[in-house]
Design a protein around this ligand. Structure first.
Ligand code: USQ
Length: 382
């Protein structure tokens, strides 16, 4: 299948591109290096340097023999979208091309409007591109579990049956996000659902939880194929941050009470989920929604797991409950369903102590590069 990965430079985009390529698909990536630019502007360093997309594609070809086509440009610009879609003629489009960080979206007005404009414009352009150049292509969109928020009832997989005054109807599950970034993902879902109903697009919306890890089968061939790794407050996800903090001897930054519970997954599961969704597409005129995570943890659970693993490596790890910069429930009910991807064939990779030890040992090689000033900036929600 010809698969276009939008946001193909990202933490998940690049590993996904290699994974689909290794599984025999013809893959192209498109990106404008927005994430790298925003990190530079905010004086944020990755844990280690990564090559640019053309260099990565050349490296991948040298170790695998497979070609990944690279398009560099801004997917907010229709001319670029039209050129890429007309040239590559994708049969599936994996859409990661968004500003992905909740704290970035809450930084200031400019960051907020950039997040809104980028995320919604790219999603709209993907819809228009699919309609104009490849109307049968399957759009696989990365949404987020954060679209649902933390309601005091079970979270269903995308849809909710509602009975009201004796009549029944199925609606999108109610959404109430706790950051502007997450809210843009709700708006994306609404846009996609509208055009599924109106133009009969075929769409899978993957409601993904926070991802951790960096090793995948494909990057084993050459360390320069690893994704970039953020550990700062703005772009780093919590478990990756805790691993770096443990190595740096920085007390683990549990926000508030630490009872915040989310559905987590290893980066390997992200790749498997996306491949399964691509291989078994949604029907024409269907919006298919999967809750994409493997297991739930509270922040306290994660901190304790890292502390326990770190002890085996003689790391002196302290856990600190610090002021929560975010507006979020710190103790809450959380029971999201997640059977759709299991039914498609996912075998989840559950977090093990070996995973943590492997990450801790790998990160230790870069201990000298860790800039502890980046760990806590206190980007406040209010
Ligand atoms: N947290 C801490 N300490 C930290 C960092 C985070 O206690 O040092 C807490 C947060 O307050 C939150 C939880 O850990 O309750 C997860 O935070 P996160 O930064 O790992 O994840 P989040 O901001 O929610 O966003 C990440 C990705 C985003 C994705 C989302 C899935 O950056 O792209 O959509 O996870 S979900 O969280 O399910 O919405």
């Amino acid at each position: 299948m010809r698969i276009l990965v939008l946001g193909g430079d990202g933490y998940l985009g690049w590993p996904t591109a290699m994974h689909l390529s290794a599984h025999g698909h013809d893959v192209a990536v498109a990106d404008n290096y927005l994430r790298r630019q925003l990190c530079r502007e905010e004086q944020i360093d990755f844990l280690f340097e990564v090559p640019d997309l053309n260099q990565r594609a050349a490296l991948w070809q040298s170790v695998s023999g497979y070609q990944i086509v690279v398009y560099i440009g801004d997917l907010c610009q229709w001319e670029f979208v039209a050129e890429v879609f007309a040239d590559f003629k994708p049969q599936a489009i994996v859409h990661y091309a968004e500003q992905p960080a909740a704290p970035y979206s809450m930084l200031n007005r400019q960051a907020a409007t950039l997040t809104l404009q980028n995320n919604l414009t790219v999603t709209a352009n993907v819809i228009f591109g699919a309609k104009e150049f490849c109307s049968d292509a399957h759009i696989v969109k990365l949404g987020t579990m954060g679209e649902y928020g933390t309601p005091n009832i079970d979270i269903e997989e995308g849809w909710l049956d509602v009975e009201h005054n004796g009549r029944k109807h199925t609606f999108l599950y109610p959404r109430q996000a706790s950051s502007l970034y997450h809210t843009t993902k709700i708006m994306d879902t609404d846009l996609l659902w509208f055009y599924v109903r109106t133009w009969g697009l075929r769409v899978t919306d993957l409601m993904q939880g926070p991802v951790y890890g960096l090793f995948t089968d494909e990057s084993e061939k050459d360390q320069r194929l690893l994704p970039f790794f953020n550990y700062d407050e703005i772009f780093g996800t919590v478990l990756n941050r805790f691993v770096v903090q443990a190595v740096a001897g920085y007390p683990l930054t549990v926000y508030g009470k630490g009872g915040q519970t989310r559905g987590y997954l290893n980066i390997k599961d992200t790749l498997n989920c996306v491949r399964l969704a691509v291989d078994k597409p949604a029907e024409t005129g269907e919006l298919r929604i999967f809750n994409q995570f493997s297991e739930t943890f509270s922040v306290n659970d994660l901190a304790q797991k890292v502390a326990k693993a770190g002890k085996k490596l003689d790391l002196k790890i302290k856990i600190e409950h610090i002021e929560n910069p975010r507006m979020e429930a710190e103790t809450h009910y959380y029971n999201p369903k997640h059977t759709g991807l299991l039914d498609l064939g996912l075998t989840p990779h559950y977090l093990s102590e070996e995973d943590l030890l492997e990450m801790l040992e790998f990160v230790s090689q870069y201990k000298g590069r860790i800039n502890t000033d980046q760990i806590y900036r206190n980007v406040k929600w209010n």
